[in-house]
Design a protein around this ligand. Structure first.
Ligand code: EPU
Length: 418
């Protein structure tokens, strides 16, 4: 177990680099199951969730090696053996192994995937889509056995937009016979990047980035080298660090086009920004105003940036409202912020009123989940005195060496291993 100790109120300065997107890299590593031969992935963050998916595949015979942010993956000798259930349970993202495994081996057995406790997180949309593709599914004791003997192409219509379900169907159908049309598909940049990765490997996918994606099956995919897109959530997280400490901080190597909704909110509450083609710089964040925000599927305000935005609103003058529409239980971090001095009222599990600005003070707090944990680190940077954040490993799931990177731009943060 490790924890962070942070002494707040330092101004941040200079430039912080955004790394590759966790939620794209993980899917591309999974998609490598579809490719015989060497896949080279550049810009892969060194984080626990990525390591978990690497461990699952390596344990079953894949050869994966890392050199800094570059991964070489070869799944040629991957055994027809189910992924290790205890590793699968570690994170929700492991669900994206199902599509590639069905396409390659025609079957997979796995437990209900774990991950952040931010809602009930069912997988019915995935299961229905696999059934629509011809799969037979047996479920017992929270374990699923899925068999796909004969692939049925056609239309897959999601009842609700789902990022990983869209990705699973993309991966399952790109090497199957026939044409599959996905409607109500997710449009998130990570989904688009996965489709580009697959197309570069020889797949025939069109319409990505819109709500209708068409996949025309090909016989096989070939080896490739691909660079993962920048992590828009990490970019938003570091921007929040600049805003809550009112620092002139440049967030570099990101794609501002993927953060439009987040940046629009910042502008509306009076944050002065300089936006370049691949960077965003905070110029001034002194007089923050209140606002009502609502999360939405892309291109709306990302649920993964709801907690950082909630923190910003504790520093804004007046009453703001948050409506979390994607996950039903993602406001728990407010109780931790309350221990530091934030004021809010929970209207229901997905809506809150925030009363700002409130002075934040150091406290001992617990990381509730990945994005909330990163938010608490940012809150500590803005707080008076020392904050101890327990559960640093949860933050390591999605942010590479966050303490070192924040230290390089002026933060006083250290990790204590117990
Ligand atoms: N949903 C269902 N049934 C399903 C699948 C989803 O009801 O079978 C519901 C979910 O409960 C949720 C909504 O649909 O209410 C959307 O969930 P989605 O399936 O899009 O989420 P996900 O694919 O499990 C990915 C990211 C999340 C991110 C969401 C939304 C990965 C590995 N995870 O999750 O990232 O919040 O999309 O953008 O790609 C994170 O990185 O911290 C994280 C939680």
């Amino acid at each position: 177990m490790s924890k962070f100790e942070i002494l707040g109120k330092n101004k941040l300065y200079g430039e912080i680099q955004v790394l590759g997107a966790k939620n794209a890299a993980m899917k591309m590593i999974s998609a490598s199951v579809l490719i015989q031969g060497k896949v080279t992935l550049e810009n892969v963050p060194d984080i626990l969730d990525i390591q978990t998916i690497i461990d699952i595949l390596t344990e079953n015979g894949a050869k994966i090696s890392r050199k800094e942010h570059s991964l070489e993956i070869d799944t040629t000798n991957l055994k027809e053996r189910d992924p290790n259930p205890s590793l699968v349970k570690k994170m929700r993202g492991s669900i994206v192994l199902v599509g590639p495994y069905l396409a390659r081996f025609g079957k997979i057995s796995f437990p209900h995937p774990g991950g952040c406790v931010i809602g009930s997180r069912p997988i019915d949309i995935h299961l229905k889509a696999f059934r629509d593709l011809g799969a037979e599914i047996e479920e017992s004791d929270n374990f699923y056995l899925i068999k796909l003997n004969k692939f049925v192409s056609g239309e897959i219509d999601f009842r609700k937009v789902s990022v990983t379900a869209t990705e699973n169907i993309l991966m399952a159908s790109c090497v199957a016979l026939g044409t599959t049309v996905i409607t109500n598909a997710a449009r998130e940049p990570e989904v688009v990047d996965l489709a580009h990765f697959l197309n570069q490997a020889g797949a025939k996918i069109s319409g990505m980035g819109t709500s209708t994606i068409t996949v025309t099956g090909v016989k096989k995919l070939h080896p490739l080298k691909y660079t993962v897109l920048p992590d828009r959530i990490e970019a938003g997280t570091f921007l929040t660090a600049g805003v809550v400490t009112d620092s002139c901080l440049k967030v570099a190597s990101c794609n501002p086009d993927h953060l439009t909704a987040f940046l629009d909110v910042l502008k509306k509450i009076n944050v002065e920004l300089e936006i370049g083609s691949n960077y965003i710089k905070i110029l001034d964040a002194k007089n923050l105003g209140s606002i009502d925000i609502k999360t939405a599927v892309y291109p709306g305000l990302a649920t993964d940036l709801q907690a950082p935005m909630g923190l910003i609103l504790t520093q804004s003058s007046g009453t703001s409202r948050i409506f979390e529409t994607i996950f039903e239980n993602r406001l728990g971090y407010l109780h931790e912020l309350e221990k530091m001095g934030a004021k809010f009222k929970l209207i229901d599990p997905s809506q809150a009123e925030i009363y700002g600005p409130s002075k934040l003070n150091g406290a001992v707090i617990q990381t509730p989940d990945l994005r909330a944990g990163a938010t608490l680190v940012l809150a500590a940077l803005a707080a008076e005195g020392k904050t101890t954040i327990l559960g640093a490993e949860i933050i390591d799931r999605g942010y590479e060496n966050i303490e070192e990177r924040l230290r390089l731009v002026g933060a006083n943060i250290k990790r204590i291993n117990r």
